[in-house]
Design a protein around this ligand. Structure first.
Ligand SMILES: NCc1[nH]cc(CCC(=O)O)c1CC(=O)O
Length: 351
């Protein structure tokens, strides 16, 4: 079947998109890729609660608030395609949907946009730097403990305006978003991903469709970039493994190292409960026949190395009344534990 042309007579595919400038630009980009493969595409605007509300994201559902309305439209059959920023996508896949294509990644780095074109090192002591991302906050303070990191929300445009109108000295944003909006020229520094480790999946898009929609799956197969897919598989597997055991902000960045055999390097930066930043790097061979599995194993291995440092000291047994102790003895294993915390990525930052 691969390589067969799309049926000439089918109705245009409907691609659901959020209304923001970044979302429509990303959706239009994917629509162009699909159209280049011979299938007509119409964009369909879908309003999400995350776009309408100005409440802090944690109070309206945090993770996935921008994603769920698009997914609802896919499941309901009102659209056939949805494009997400991969870093905003929860790690747990929903029933009946599949990420059918991960196109070639845009620049994965974070950038600093600072007044006067300053770099991070050049910011004055105590400078006010805006971000809504716990990961960016931890990385900023690791590099410059003196900074005043200010929580901000709003789209890319709003955040850039905070610097240009003097409300903030700088903001940190994704290079990919700025480039897609044709505003990368406003960046004053491209931050090194080896130290300012990007969010898992940053710069990559995910094209989602119904898992049983064979016609669309066939169209999307041609958009998938294997190098990007193995990298984001390692990053997101690491994030998923950390989510199961801690609530720390996570940076993860993987890149393919060409050679015989090709290898995958995965770098992680995670803020530990005591505030220190843990950094780890791992490398694994990428066998051509099982690259996805090798990438996932690399993510799990690196998470396993980090987790013992993130869960902190063993939780003290819950205080119990003396009569409980005397009547039941100590049986800590039988007590329900506290709710498991969850790792955070930029999904909760809401830009
Ligand atoms: N946080 C929200 C968000 N989701 C995707 C992007 C930009 C594109 C990307 O990172 O892939 C942004 C803006 C930003 O973080 O600056």
């Amino acid at each position: 079947m691969s390589g067969s042309p799309a049926p000439a007579t089918s109705a245009p595919l409907r691609l659901g998109t959020r209304r923001s400038a970044l979302a429509t630009t990303q959706s239009r980009h994917v629509a162009d890729l699909v159209a280049a493969g011979g299938s007509a595409v119409d964009l369909v605007l879908v309003t999400t609660h995350g776009d309408v509300s100005t409440a802090p994201l944690a109070t309206i559902g945090g993770t996935g608030v921008f994603v769920s309305a698009l997914r609802d439209a896919l499941v309901a059959g009102t659209v056939e395609l949805a494009v997400h920023s991969l870093k905003d996508l929860p790690t747990a896949p929903p029933d009946g949907l599949v990420v059918a294509a991960v196109p070639p990644r845009e620049d994965p780095r974070d950038v600093l946009v600072a007044a006067g074109g300053r770099t991070l090192a050049e910011l004055p002591a105590g400078a006010r730097v805006g971000t809504g991302s716990p990961r960016r906050r931890a990385l900023l303070l690791d590099a410059r403990p003196d900074l005043d990191v200010v929580a901000v929300r709003g789209n890319v445009d709003t955040r850039l305006a905070m610097v240009h109108d003097g409300a903030l000295d700088a903001v940190v944003l994704a290079a990919a978003g700025l480039r897609r909006l044709d505003r990368l020229g406003e960046a004053s520094e491209l931050l090194d991903p080896a130290t300012f480790v990007p969010a898992p999946g940053q710069g990559a898009l995910a094209v989602e469709c119904r898992a049983d929609d064979e016609a669309v799956l066939a169209v999307l197969r041609g958009l998938d970039d294997p190098r990007t897919r193995v990298a984001v598989t390692a990053e997101r597997t690491l994030l998923a493994a950390l989510e199961a055991g801690c609530s720390a902000p996570v940076g993860a960045f993987a890149r393919v190292l060409d050679g015989e055999p090709a290898r995958l390097e995965l770098r992680a930066a995670v803020a530990s409960p005591d505030g220190t930043l843990l950094r780890e790097t791992a490398v694994a061979d990428l066998p051509a026949a099982s690259a996805e599995e090798a990438a996932a194993a690399l993510g799990r291995d690196l998470a396993a190395r980090l987790l013992p440092h993130l869960t902190g000291p063993a939780a003290p047994s819950a205080p119990r009344p003396a009569d409980d102790l005397s009547s039941q003895g100590s049986a800590p294993g039988s007590l329900p534990g506290p709710d498991r915390p969850r790792a955070q990525s930029d999904r909760e930052s809401g830009s």
